[in-house]
Design a protein around this ligand. Structure first.
Ligand SMILES: [Zn+2]
Length: 184
């Protein structure tokens, strides 16, 4: 648990609305049972960029059928930076989730959702998102609409036939791009 001075905690609880204060008190009194890590990788893409000369001016074809037109070249660039194992959240014994700040003050875990296959789905600000299980896709979305009874039956049917693959490695449970590390 990140170290927070007691005076800061008391101040925070005093100024919070009753519901938030209750949640915070729960978290503060609870025990962390798991760390959440985001495993997203860098996403690289290619794009066409104009070729520039030493003065920064576009280079043109001097001859041939493209004479007078700009030259372009293919460049690889980082479209999305991956978290690559970044610690993004703590799960407490009461199920509450706390989001720590990184050294630059950023919080990465955007939201979580208990999926119907039993897994905690996560959404990270990097774009990595496991909130909807493959078995739920098509019958549950982010519109806020409740799944129909038929939809729920479909989901449970799919979960029964194809349970979610949970990979365990070095004390970590890995599901859909996020790792959960249980703490003894
Ligand atoms: Zn991430």
């Amino acid at each position: 648990m990140p170290h927070v001075p007691n005076t800061a905690i008391e101040e925070m609880l005093r100024n919070a609305d009753p519901q938030s204060a209750a949640i915070m008190a729960n978290i503060l009194n609870g025990t962390i049972v798991a760390n959440i890590y985001c495993l997203s990788q860098d996403v690289k893409s290619k794009r066409e960029v104009p070729v520039l000369d030493d003065d920064g001016n576009p280079v043109l074809f001097k001859s041939g059928k493209n004479k007078g037109q700009q030259k372009f070249e293919t460049e690889e660039y980082l479209e999305r930076e991956g978290c690559k194992g970044r610690l993004i959240g703590y799960i407490y014994d009461n199920g509450q989730v706390e989001v720590p700040k990184d050294k630059d003050g950023n919080m990465w875990l955007r939201s979580t959702r208990k999926r119907l296959d039993g897994v905690v789905g996560c959404e990270c600000w990097c774009g990595n998102d496991s909130r909807i299980a493959a078995q739920e896709a098509g019958d549950i979305d982010f519109s806020g609409a409740q799944p129909t009874r038929e939809g729920l039956n479909n989901i449970f049917d799919r979960v029964r036939k194809n349970p979610t693959v949970i990979e365990s490695k070095n004390g970590r449970t890995i599901v859909d791009g996020f790792a959960f590390e249980e703490i003894a």
